[in-house]
Design a protein around this ligand. Structure first.
Ligand code: SF4
Length: 408
């Protein structure tokens, strides 16, 4: 959160254009965005290149185009405000590709293969060929997206924290590779000698423990040692801290993950809501489909008859009540389920009403954007223009440090 008098932190977040949003997207991603945009400088983008990493085989230009617009319509109808947040499309900012390329130079293959989603997604999406460089490298592209805007906050679900950690590591590697002063190593080695024989030995021991085993305690001890040593100058102290952490000048800013509260949104089959599981309720869905879908949702398997008590905690319908129902209704469900004074059909009634009411107002808000695509295009054009200015600013720094601007 911001401290009064300080500029707002920058937030970066994107979504793959998979078409109209479903309730899982809305409660898990869009609602936090709407809150964040009032406090921070937010950049929200359509991650169309990311969509290609898994969808390239059955790519359809018209489908991608409609998915992009459909998603933008739902963003705006849900309250994402282009007057205060910057909304743009990834592929329109070509600097993302340039930074992706440069970051890939400092990212090891082994590190990418250890990203949990690399193996995980390959197992889930077995019908697709994901043995591609693009799929292996997509966390590097994600890092480029974040680092381009020098974002300090990245809203993610708990399962995405590892990606932000990788982004931090990549930023550190990049800063170390390209942000070091000339003769950095020679100067660092000279500074170690100035520590005195005993302390130089300790420094090397801590350096080895941190570099080889990631021993944080050793890092803390090294920092204390440098802090308390009066033989070295301030510049040498800073240099030796950078030497142990493999850190150079801060060209790219390490972001922090902002873990959004996990809201468990079950799909119509009781599993996690997902378009690929075919169990989603979309934000602009058909009323009959919603009513029918919720009525046939699985419930606590123990309630095989109306007169048998159940346990809401074992029922996916209850997870939806937790999101949609007022305290009074939730109390009615809890008591009624446990003493079997209500049946599952009764229980689902007020839930259907709440979801339909939300849909009604969402559809009304979406209507003007559906009718007027010119407005949507204007929003995107203005957002891309703002994003391109920030991206170019970062890249001119990056090119200067990498050295490529010197022979332009
Ligand atoms: S009464 Fe409601 S909470 Fe209980 S099992 Fe039926 S649907 Fe689920």
């Amino acid at each position: 959160m911001n401290v009064i008098g300080q500029p707002p932190s920058r937030v970066l977040s994107g979504m793959r254009p998979t078409g109209p949003l479903h309730l899982g997207h809305y409660h898990g991603v869009i609602k936090p965005w709407v809150q964040l945009q009032h406090v921070h400088d937010c950049y929200f983008f359509v991650a169309d290149w990311h969509a290609l990493t898994t969808e390239y085989e059955d790519f359809s230009e018209s489908r991608m185009r409609e998915n992009v617009w459909d998603m933008l319509i739902d963003w705006l109808a849900s309250g994402v405000d282009p007057e205060i947040a910057t909304i743009f499309i990834q592929s329109r900012i070509s600097q993302h590709a340039e930074l992706f390329l440069l970051l890939s130079m400092v990212t090891s293959l082994g590190r990418l293969e250890r990203v949990p989603s690399f193996k995980g997604q390959q197992e889930v999406l077995q019908d697709r060929n994901l043995s591609t460089f693009g799929f292996l490298g997509y966390p590097v592209l994600q890092s480029a997206d974040i680092l381009m805007y020098r974002a300090s906050i990245v809203p993610v679900g708990a399962d995405q924290v590892a990606h932000v950690e990788l982004t931090r590591e990549i930023a550190r590697s990049f800063n170390y590779a390209f942000g070091r002063e000339p003769d950095f190593q020679t100067k660092a080695e000279q500074a170690i000698k100035k520590l005195g024989r005993r302390n130089a030995g300790l420094y090397r021991k801590y350096q080895q423990a941190y570099t080889e085993r990631g021993d944080d305690e050793a890092l803390a001890k090294a920092k204390n040692l440098l802090e308390s040593n009066s033989n070295i100058s301030r510049g040498d102290r800073e240099r030796l801290r950078g030497y142990i952490e493999k850190r150079g000048r801060q060209i790219l800013v390490e972001p922090d993950a902002y873990v959004t509260e996990a809201s468990k949104v079950p799909g119509l089959d009781g599993q996690k809501m997902s378009k690929s599981y075919n169990n989603a309720i979309f934000l602009r869905d058909d009323e009959n489909r919603i009513s029918k879908g919720i009525r046939s949702m699985p419930t606590d398997p123990a309630r095989t008859h109306r007169h048998i008590p159940g346990d809401p905690e074992k029922c996916p319908v209850w997870d939806l009540h937790k999101i949609y129902s007022a305290e009074e209704t939730k109390k009615w469900v809890t008591i009624g389920c446990k003493d079997a004074s209500i049946g599952c059909v009764d229980c689902k009634g007020p839930l259907i009403d709440s979801v339909l009411a939300e849909q009604k107002s969402h559809k009304e808000r979406a209507e003007p954007y559906i009718k007027d695509r010119t407005y949507l295009k204007k929003v995107v054009a203005e957002g891309c223009e703002r994003a391109a200015v920030v991206a170019e600013d970062t890249m001119s720094d990056v090119r200067r440090y990498v050295g490529t601007s010197s022979y332009r």
